[in-house]
Each structure stands twice: as structure tokens, then as C-alpha cells.
Design a protein around this ligand. Structure first.
Ligand code: PLP
Length: 390
């Protein structure tokens, strides 16, 4: 018997990838799959980004870069985020990593360990819990509530803090619900956190550019009293349709960067130069592609949400951000997993069961509406047929 690390053997794979593999296998057999499962934009990255990548593939950098990323890219991120929120960010706080996820993992490693508790949203992005478990810490879920438009209750979150709490993970706009936490609730949480100076915050703002009403969105970096313990997570995957490029960043409190740097040199040394140069072109170039993506997502959201609300047994709130809808499906009489499985196997629509995102996701399924309007319309027609016959 091999002596495997039980922590690793017990963590779970992110369900969206398994559904995607199954959907691709069905498609390869000739079935007319509509993939509303995996969360990735169906656009191409803008042309100037592709040109920058082509040039970098020819001209370099070809070797290792600094573990934390090339300075022009870190400077550009600092300027970009700084000008968005009207604050000064030191490029030395910016750490470039291969994808948004890596910042989650490193934050969990840094704040984990056997005696620590880390709070995370339920339903929420599944890797949060698995990263916390990987780091040997105790995952403590807090509720994300449909009645609060898929936000949290700040008092509830604060009530879960103990002397062992080392980190709180926040995510707005959120996966899987598309919920955007209201400025009032975010402020209430931020004010309450002043009483808990031992707690760091990882604010996952990877969908921060995909908000339908920007006045409803606040970044955690906007709360000055928390700035020495907020880690901001963002990246290129969702904003610039670059999921496969594996490029993300964290903005860390300066004195934590040396620890992240060590983790990087143990783990992946640096992000490849081509992706970094492409990322630089993306955030220093014209941003009209992001506006176009958002406009298109809004139309698709409106089409999907209206259609879902016309289906028997389904009700769906209008999500304020990201590209997910998270309808309540309890009225269908089916469990989330059963409904998601049957939609895939019988009418070839890939979705993700809500409980793949935590206990509180039971009774929901997640739709990623990063698909054409034609596909969304077809999916709604097939679902209507399916739900009328079950
Ligand atoms: N955070 C959230 C909330 C996400 O939904 C995702 C991807 O789905 C990520 C982080 C990770 O992004 P990346 O693909 O850049 O690792």
C-alpha cells in the first residue's frame, strides 16, 4: 500500500471540468450539445493582445522572468487598479500568477495550518473549500442567500469569526450565483472587520469588470482601514476572454509578498513570458472589447433569465454580475444533481448542479450564459419540452 497524503486524496475535483469533459464526449459522438456548464467567455481575446503574444513568441522574453512577474506588467496592473479606485498601489504589491486560482491557493497556504479557520461563501467557487482543506485549515462556510439577491448577511459572517479565524474569502460578483454584494452590506462587513484585526481578507474580484450596474459594486480595496490585510484577486481570464492563457494577479499587502514569492519559486518559478506580454497589451490597450463583452452578456442574461422564469417549476433572479444565472429549481420536483444529469444526458444541455458549490446550492442549478443567443434560445426550448414531459 502506498502511503498517500490523505489531505490530497480527499480533496474534490472542480465539478465544472468533469461536466465539460462529459459534454465534449457526448459532442464527439454527434450529440447536439449546448455547453452552459463551464464558466468561460466564448469570445476571442482582442486582436492587439494576440499580436502582442505573437511578437513575444518571436522576440521573447524566452527565459525565466522575476517570480512575481515582469515589472512593466506589475506597474501596469498597479496603475490600472489604482486609477480605477483612485488610490496609490505599489507595483511591488502586485504578484503575477498563472491564473486567478493560484492566488486562492497561496492565500490558503499562507493563512492555513492545523489550528486555523478560514471562512468561505456557500454556495461559492468550489476551489475555495478544497484549497482551505489542502492547507490543513478548517473550512467554515457562510451563507449566500437568494433572498438577499445572492449576497451575504454581514452580521452572520462576522458572527462566525473566532480567535482561530485567519482569513475570510469574499467573492463579488460571485460564482455561481452572479450575485453582487450591495455596497451597504459590504460596508457593514468592512466596519465590523475593524473589530477583528487578526483576520485577513481575500477578495476575489475576478468578475469585477462584469457588473451590469457599476454603482452597485465596491472593491474591498476601497476600505482604507483594511488595506494592510486585503489581498485582491483578479486576472485576465474572464475580463479579456483569456481563460486558457493562465494569467492572473494578486495585490498583496507589501509585507506578505516575500512569502508568496517563496511559494512561487517552489511551485512554478514564474508565468511564461508570452502570456505576460499579452496581459500587458490587454490592460494597457483599448478597453472597448470589455464594454462589448459586457453589452453582449447583458443581452444574453436578459434572454436567459426571462426564458427561465417562463419554465414550469423554475424561478430565477436577475443576477447583477458575472455570466451566471442560478435559478431555483425546487418547483420541478427534481434534485439539482438529477436535473443537471438529465438535462445533459437527455436534452444535451450542460449545466452544473447547485450543490457542486456547497450545501446551500441544493435546489439550484448554475447556467453559464457565455453562449450565443441562438444557443440560449435553443436550450430554453429543449428545457421547456423536457420539463413539460417529466
Ligand atoms: N475565482 C472565481 C470566482 C472563478 O469563478 C474563477 C474561475 O472560474 C476563478 C477565480 C479562477 O480563474 P482562473 O481561470 O483565472 O484561474
Amino acid at each position: 500500500m502506498l502511503k498517500l497524503n490523505q489531505i490530497v486524496t480527499q480533496i474534490e475535483e472542480e465539478g465544472a471540468f468533469a461536466v465539460s469533459d462529459r459534454a465534449m464526449a457526448l459532442k464527439a459522438k454527434g450529440h447536439p450539445i449546448i455547453n452552459l456548464g463551464i464558466g468561460q467567455p466564448d469570445f476571442l481575446p482582442p486582436p492587439h493582445v494576440l499580436e502582442a503574444a505573437e511578437k513575444a513568441a518571436r522576440d521573447g522574453p524566452h527565459g525565466y522572468t522575476s517570480p512575481v512577474g515582469i515589472l512593466p506588467l506589475r506597474q501596469a496592473v498597479a496603475d490600472n487598479v489604482g486609477s480605477r479606485y483612485n488610490l496609490q498601489i505599489n507595483p511591488d504589491q502586485v504578484v503575477i500568477v498563472p491564473g486567478g486560482k493560484v492566488t486562492i491557493f497561496f492565500a490558503a497556504m499562507l493563512f492555513g495550518g492545523p489550528n486555523s479557520e478560514i471562512l468561505y461563501p456557500d454556495p461559492g467557487f468550489p476551489p475555495y473549500r478544497e484549497a482551505i482543506l489542502s492547507a490543513g485549515a478548517k473550512p467554515v462556510p457562510y451563507g449566500i442567500h437568494e433572498a438577499a439577491d445572492f449576497g451575504f448577511d454581514a452580521d452572520e459572517v462576522l458572527s462566525l469569526i473566532t480567535p482561530a479565524t485567519s482569513l475570510i474569502i469574499l467573492n463579488s460578483p460571485a460564482n455561481p450565483t452572479g450575485g453582487v454584494v450591495s455596497p451597504n452590506e459590504m460596508k457593514k462587513l468592512a466596519d465590523g472587520l475593524a473589530e477583528h484585526p487578526h483576520v485577513a481578507i481575500l477578495s476575489d474580484e475576478i468578475y469585477g469588470h462584469l457588473v451590469y450596474d457599476q454603482s452597485q459594486f465596491v472593491s474591498l480595496l476601497q476600505f482604507e482601514h483594511l488595506r494592510d490585510r486585503v489581498i485582491l484577486l483578479d486576472g485576465w481570464s474572464k475580463t479579456f476572454a483569456m481563460t486558457g492563457w493562465r494569467l492572473g494577479y494578486g495585490i498583496w499587502p507589501l509585507d506578505l509578498v516575500e512569502h508568496v514569492r517563496k511559494l512561487i519559486t517552489v511551485d512554478h518559478s514564474c508565468v511564461n513570458g508570452v502570456a505576460q506580454m499579452a496581459g500587458l497589451a490587454a490592460i494597457t490597450g483599448p478597453m472597448d472589447c470589455v464594454d462589448e463583452f459586457l453589452k453582449s452578456f447583458r443581452q444574453r442574461r436578459d434572454l436567459l433569465v426571462a426564458g427561465l422564469n417562463n419554465l414550469p417549476g423554475i424561478t430565477c433572479r436577475t443576477p447583477g454580475g458575472a455570466f451566471y444565472a442560478f435559478p431555483n429549481i425546487t418547483g420541478t420536483g427534481l434534485q439539482s444533481r438529477e436535473l443537471a444529469r438529465r438535462l445533459l444526458e437527455e436534452v444535451y444541455i450542460a449545466t452544473i448542479a447547485g450543490d457542486a458549490f456547497g450545501e446551500n446550492g441544493k435546489g439550484y442549478i448554475r447556467f453559464s450564459y457565455a453562449a450565443s443567443r441562438d444557443e440560449l434560445q435553443q436550450a430554453l426550448t429543449r428545457m421547456a419540452d423536457f420539463l413539460h414531459r417529466i
